[in-house]
Design a protein around this ligand. Structure first.
Ligand code: BMA
Length: 307
């Protein structure tokens, strides 16, 4: 297998002493800035329960050097739109800001018997504030208001002056373009389920990784038994809406104990990957309980994507 699990997995696990992260610490964003990997992870104190985001960092990508005791982002107390939690974060740097995309899990406002809804939430923070751990998050926006939608992230670059977003309206992954991140246009399906192991639905995983041969896109695929695997595609460097490669087999599938058993068994789910010294580090949640990392040489990953 091209992608190799780190032998010290899991690298991060729930901490009983902190109520907000005592049961599940999983699907995490990862971003490489200021000489370290910043890991922003989803945490819960019970299932079902409210998800919040925790923070840890690592210099070498494997060992956690620092971990904060308090969440760095949680539901807006003034809004019903995320009262059930902030899920599955993705981080992307564009210019001098870092964007946080998340699944906002809330209700239909004002309903007597509220309907639970998951939609895309987006906010941002300056790179300086992020690196100094001043958690001054900006405005929260919900670009596809009340649409059943999640697994969104941006490309780190603009294309023809436009922001580009990947998102998921089941069962497909979509791509959309915008001048202001609020109004999205030219939407189209980017990828649809194709293989047996992703038959039920697919969704974006880590924000795209730029290489000389194209953008590496790691996504997840869900089969009929609700098993979550990782998949791999390659997008055109200049036209990110054009798929130029797709690996027909899973890039990673639940096999290790920490992926097979946990709060939700048989799940590998990524929200972030970074490249250091030509090595791709994929951070992922195992069984919705712990955080793991697996690595591969970028050139070997590209080798899987040759069509
Ligand atoms: C999805 C998301 C993920 C989770 C996965 C498996 O719908 O909620 O956060 O890892 O289910 O339970």
């Amino acid at each position: 297998m091209v992608l190799k699990r780190y032998k010290g997995n899991p690298i991060l696990a729930p901490r009983g002493e902190n109520l907000w992260e005592s049961v599940m610490t999983y699907n995490c964003a990862a971003i490489h800035e200021g000489g370290k990997v910043h890991i922003v992870y989803r945490a819960q104190g019970s299932k079902p329960g409210v998800s919040r985001l925790g923070y840890a960092s690592s210099k070498d990508g494997f060992h956690i050097d620092e971990r904060l005791d308090k969440p760095i982002f949680g539901p807006d107390p003034a809004s019903d739109l995320e009262c059930f939690g902030i899920e599955d974060p993705r981080l992307t740097r564009i210019g001098d800001r870092i964007y946080l995309n998340y699944s906002a899990y809330g209700t239909n406002m004002g309903m007597v018997f509220p309907l639970k809804r998951v939609q895309i939430g987006i906010t941002s923070i300056s790179v300086d504030d992020f690196l100094n751990k001043n958690w001054n998050w900006g405005e929260r926006i919900y670009p596809f208001y009340m649409v059943d939608n999640k697994n969104s992230f941006f490309f780190p670059e603009k294309f023809d002056g436009k922001y580009v977003l990947v998102h998921r309206i089941p069962p497909h992954m979509w791509i959309a373009y915008s001048d202001d991140m609020k109004t999205w246009e030219n939407q189209k399906i980017l990828l649809s389920p194709r293989y047996e192991w992703e038959y039920f639905k697919i969704g974006g995983g880590a924000p795209p990784i730029k290489t000389e041969e194209g953008w590496i896109l790691i996504y997840h695929g869900v089969d009929r038994e609700m098993r979550y695997r990782l998949g791999l595609a390659l997008l055109d460097l200049k036209d990110p809406g054009k798929v130029i490669g797709r690996y027909d087999r899973p890039f990673l599938e639940p096999e290790a104990d920490y992926e097979m058993s946990g709060v939700v068994p048989s799940v590998t789910f990524t929200c972030g990957a970074v490249v250091m010294d030509d090595t791709l580090f994929v951070y992922y949640g195992g069984a919705d309980t712990v955080i793991c990392v697996a690595t591969a040489r970028v050139k070997d990953v590209l080798g899987l994507l040759k069509v």
